[in-house]
Design a protein around this ligand. Structure first.
Ligand code: FE2
Length: 597
């Protein structure tokens, strides 16, 4: 039984394939076509998934699409009558989804009739819920999806039991936690799609001075729902307006906040203007108000389901700061967040909704790691290197057995060098988790500046994350709940903050990845070896990219390595080192970590 899930015609297009209940492959289109947040039909991702499963498109049994244009059609119709642009947009969406068989046939050069798979349309939030619960380790759990908007809803919650899921409630447009966060992200001068992370990082620098005002913007409505103070927002009048930038084909969301919000909080910050204390306090207030609503919602959900297990999906599930705090403030004891919790994960969710909710098949799979993307052999890596570095070219290249390779790599990190670490299958989801990562020494406070200045070129207030051996979590963090996909931020123990200053954020927290020997053995070995050398079983882990989608093919890793000032690169069993003296070794003492953006 082969089920292909496709998230198409929307940002974060992706594909996933499930064979007899087991996930075989999942990948975002952006990794393959190199367009960040790529939309459209993810034909490269589909091809990759089919290749992994060893089938042709004509041999797929079911195709699952996480969009149901007919869901909540009455509400949509009411808004469509008020908003002509919205109506046009809806009509376009319906037409595109109606023609997906033809689009697939065209992309794969097949007659439409040869695609005999049964097509299923899974409502957006039901696909989110399925993406979280059906691949979780729980037999029973409360399940919550919260995002900006999908199929005219912004949140849905359910009780998952075995291969079934009972939806308990939903919140519909225009009320939306995702829209709230994005609107304030725009107001603070961050307009790029996906910039919400930046404001979450900024919030740690401020005080929730404006919390009372924000409580009017977003608030719990009863226990199991929430509302927006709609006068602060504009999307309910004009509709959320998504366009695509010509230059790089990335999505652009139209303005979501209203003139009233500016009247209450002052003029919106322009992107080029400096970040002042007021902006930091606004970010802190925004995050605090969100957390208040989530505490209320999660507590009510725990009570109504009598569950201690929770599964999360939707963009709000990426708020690792809130997730970490909810473990303290709600009865939930175990929380599972799938690595692609956002809309990319809908392809997995739609496929599993078909597998269990429609076909009624039993569950036999748990997603314990994120290694579901493309893998390249040592031979392919060596060929890519030979092509990119035909001569010596200032590079030292060594082929090493695993033990020696790991020792050499750990030594590079311990010596203050910045190391590219490229191994195995590309990660599913937006986080690099030890397969396409840049790793560095967490003990050096200056490493944050080094990474920013030489490689990542990010805002200085954004924190870098640590990867820690799972078994060492209690030694360094106040909480030990696993965070294998970097979806929780915990307080670093006070006595350890000076030990790992590079990934410790200004508020003493870190968005950690707990690394398991069982599910990520080679990365675990690297951190363990680094720990043996230094006494600290932690590395800084940031994604292998520089303002682009995370590298996928060896060629992209090499390009990033040469374009940036990385010191060394391990790819498969090969190690590349620059022969020149490392700037990291020369300059660390001259750099300081800035505490205030
Ligand atoms: Fe969504």
């Amino acid at each position: 039984m082969i089920i292909l899930g496709i998230n198409a015609y929307h940002a974060n297009a992706s594909a996933a394939i499930v064979a007899d209940g087991r996930l075989v492959a999942a990948v975002e289109e952006e990794r393959l076509n190199r367009v960040k947040y790529a939309a459209g039909l993810p034909s490269r991702a589909i091809q990759y998934c089919l290749d992994c499963a060893g089938v042709k498109l004509t041999e797929v049994d079911h195709i699952a699409i996480p969009r149901d244009p007919w869901a909540r059609w009455g509400t949509k119709l009411r808004y469509a009558m008020r908003m002509p642009r919205f109506a046009l947009d809806r009509a376009r969406v319906m037409a595109r989804f109606a023609g997906i068989r033809e689009d697939l046939a065209k992309a794969f050069d097949l007659p439409p009739a040869s695609i005999t798979a049964q097509f299923h349309r899974i409502e957006h939030h039901r696909a989110h819920l399925a993406s979280a619960f059906f691949v979780s380790p729980f037999d029973r759990a409360a399940v919550l999806s919260a995002d900006g908007l999908g199929d005219f809803a912004s949140a849905m919650w359910a009780l998952g039991e075995g291969p079934g899921m009972s939806v308990l409630g939903e919140t519909t447009f225009p009320h939306s936690l995702g829209m709230y966060y994005t609107a304030l992200t725009q107001y603070l001068g961050f307009w790029k799609f996906g910039d919400e992370y930046k404001v979450m990082g900024l919030a740690a620098y401020g005080q929730p001075e404006f919390l009372d005002e924000f409580r009017r913007m977003v608030y719990a409505d009863g226990l199991l729902s929430f509302r927006l103070g709609l006068e602060y927002f504009s999307h309910q009048n004009e509709g959320p307006d998504m366009t695509w930038r010509d230059a790089d084909r990335t999505p652009v969301l139209g303005r979501l906040f209203s003139a009233y919000l500016e009247k209450r909080l002052g003029r919106a910050r322009k992107a080029e203007e400096p970040l002042e204390a007021r902006h930091r306090n606004l970010a802190a207030s925004m995050q605090a108000a969100l957390e208040e609503v989530l505490v209320s919602h999660w507590n009510a959900l725990a009570k109504s389901t009598s569950q201690k297990n929770l599964c999360l999906a939707g963009g709000v599930a990426f708020n690792c700061v809130a997730n970490g705090k909810m473990l303290e403030r709600t009865p939930f004891e175990k929380i599972y967040v799938q690595p692609a919790a956002g809309d990319a994960g809908l392809s997995v969710g739609a496929a599993y909704a078909v597998e269990h909710s429609i076909l009624g098949r039993p569950r036999n799979f748990v997603m314990e790691h994120a290694s579901w993307g493309p893998r390249y052999s040592n031979l392919e890596i060596a060929q890519a290197i030979r092509q990119r570095v035909p001569n010596d070219d200032g590079i030292q290249l060594e082929e090493l057995p695993e033990e020696t390779l790991v020792q050499a790599a750990a030594r590079e990190i311990a010596d203050g060098r910045v190391l590219g670490w490229y191994q195995g299958r590309a990660e599913w989801g937006p986080r690099a988790l030890g397969n396409r990562s840049i790793v560095a020494d967490p003990r050096r406070a200056e490493m944050k500046d080094i990474l920013n200045e030489r490689i990542k070129h990010r805002e200085m207030f954004r924190p870098f994350a640590p990867s820690i051996l799972e078994e060492a979590t209690a030694e360094y963090f106040e909480r030990t709940h696993p965070s294998p996909f970097m979806t929780f931020a915990y307080a670093v123990k006070p006595e350890k903050r000076a030990v790992i200053p590079a990934p410790t954020h200004v508020d003493g927290t870190a968005r950690l990845q707990t690394v398991s020997r069982r599910t990520n053995p080679l990365y675990w070995k690297l951190i363990r070896t680094f720990g043996d050398l230094t006494g600290v079983p932690v590395v800084v882990n940031t994604s292998f990219n520089d303002n682009e989608p995370i590298v996928c093919r060896p060629e992209e890793a090499l390009e990033c390595f040469f374009r940036t000032k990385m010191d060394a690169l391990v790819m498969g069993n090969l190690m590349l080192r620059r022969k020149k003296t490392s700037a990291a070794r020369e300059r660390p003492a001259q750099l300081t970590t800035r505490q205030t953006p």
